[in-house]
Design a protein around this ligand. Structure first.
Ligand code: HEM
Length: 131
């Protein structure tokens, strides 16, 4: 199920968006916005950035077929899963280590994105033949 890398990025981004939106509605109803930075990072890294990565891999099949793409996917999922509760823990003064680790994972994920772009270019053609 969902073997293609773009489908995995898109489906996971939709799952994170659904959780983030339900969380946003819960914050609105409760009038408690304390954890809004955690909600924001879940939506922005989990939904927006993951969907951007999905668009890139859909445009660039050679990159999507690479081993790096799968590592990139799991690195990004790990960043969201560690960073989101990490920010909530930091805000409630229950420790900053998970937020710090999640931030580093997010940074590595973006570095991996740059590496994949430099290796495969953008689009179906090889970078050297792309106009
Ligand atoms: C059903 C959908 C959503 C609801 C009900 C919702 C609700 C909220 C609420 C109540 C806040 C706190 C506002 C405040 O304290 O001033 C907030 C903040 C925020 N939300 Fe959402 N949100 C939703 C979806 C999204 C999405 C899809 C994104 C990004 C793609 C997003 C990004 C943000 C950002 C950046 C903040 C500001 C965080 C901060 O200032 O610390 N939200 N949202």
């Amino acid at each position: 199920m969902l073997k293609s890398i773009p489908a995995r990025f898109f489906a996971t981004s939709a799952v994170f968006a659904l959780i983030g939106m339900i969380w946003g509605i819960q914050m609105s109803i409760s009038h408690n916005h304390t954890l809004s930075p955690a909600h924001a990072h879940l939506n922005l890294i989990g939904f927006v950035i993951m969907a951007v990565y999905g668009v890139y891999y859909a445009l660039t099949p050679a990159a999507g077929a690479s081993k790096a793409a799968s590592i990139h996917y799991w690195l990004t999922v790990a960043a969201v899963v560690v960073m989101t509760p990490g920010i909530a823990l930091a805000i409630t003064e229950n420790g900053e280590a998970p937020a710090a680790i999640g931030s580093i994972l997010a940074l590595l994920s973006m570095g991996m994105f740059l590496r994949v772009i430099l290796r495969h270019g953008v689009g179906a053609l090889h970078p050297q033949t792309t106009p």
